[in-house]
Write a protein that binds this ligand. Structure first.
Ligand code: B1M
Length: 213
């Protein structure tokens, strides 16, 4: 039964059937399925197949966009299920997809997981210029700057942001985390980030670890 509804979510997402994704996601919750399974084995699994088809030129940007919109609709159903916090936040995170990059699905999942782990999250959105991250850090009260990049061509903006934070004299006041499909631990080390996370759950674990020290 559970596996069937996960397949229904995946199939609806691949077809770009937004109403279907919403209905099957609600159905999976009603069946008592774990939110993480619905996300990983339903929504993300469907998006992975879309990614592979896009890579092989079996589908094109319009189809990918329609599936991305269906993915967002499914995530909106799941988001409230992640958030069950007490009063004291675990820390404050400023998150954004870097300049030149419009991909936001992964960034939104990371943001959702942070909120679910009781972090306060300020989401700067997509295509975020260096100065916007720097301004957010200058306001103070921020523990982690979290940057996402899905394009090899936008990764350099992470390095530029770190350099700008150094120039502003506030680099040491925040922890910097980077992630996204083309980002690696080696790249994170090379630009002087404090942490790299390969997925949303690891992002939360690493932030907690950094803030403990
Ligand atoms: Co684009 N795209 N895209 N795309 N797109 C990729 C990324 C690509 C790999 C596809 C391919 O060719 N195989 C390729 C990049 C190649 C490269 O740079 N090496 C690509 C390209 C080329 C492009 C365009 C240039 C295409 C064009 O116009 N010719 C264009 C660029 C636009 C721009 O940004 N300036 C473009 C456009 C688009 C759409 C708008 C159509 C759409 C985005 C819609 C949206 O996001 N609202 C889109 C999509 C959907 C994809 C794919 C198919 C799926 C990405 C995704 O959402 N994955 C992608 C192919 C792929 O990844 N296989 C592709 C699901 C998501 C859950 O995973 O984002 O990796 P991900 O997030 C994970 C982890 O990476 C991690 O946690 C998340 C969840 O666990 N993570 C972090 C992410 N951020 C993190 C931050 C952290 C920690 C972890 O800490 C701060």
């Amino acid at each position: 039964m559970g596996e069937t509804v996960l397949k229904d979510i995946k199939d609806a997402l691949m077809k770009g059937d937004r109403a279907g994704v919403v209905a099957f996601t609600k159905c999976a919750l009603e069946q008592g399925m774990a939110v993480k399974d619905i996300l990983d084995k339903g929504l993300i699994a469907g998006m992975e197949i879309i990614g592979n088809k896009f890579k092989c030129n079996e589908i094109f940007i319009p189809e990918v966009l329609i599936s991305a919109k269906a993915m967002h609709a499914g995530m909106a159903i799941l988001e409230p299920q992640f958030i069950s916090c007490g009063i004291k936040p675990a820390g404050k995170v400023v998150i954004g997809t870097v300049k030149g990059d419009l991909h936001d699905i992964g960034k939104n999942i990371v943001s959702m997981m942070f909120k679910g782990a009781c972090f306060e999250v300020a989401d700067l959105g997509i295509d975020v210029p260096v100065e916007k991250f720097v301004d957010a850090a200058k306001k103070g009260g921020i523990d982690v700057i979290a940057m996402s990049s899905l394009l090899t061509t936008s990764m350099n903006s992470m390095k530029e942001t770190i350099k700008a934070l150094e120039r502003s004299g506030i680099r040491d006041k925040v922890k910097i985390m980077v992630g996204g499909a083309p980002v690696t631990q080696d790249f994170a080390n090379s630009i002087g980030a404090d942490a790299y996370a390969k997925d949303a759950a690891t992002a939360v674990d690493k932030a907690k670890e950094m803030l403990k020290r």
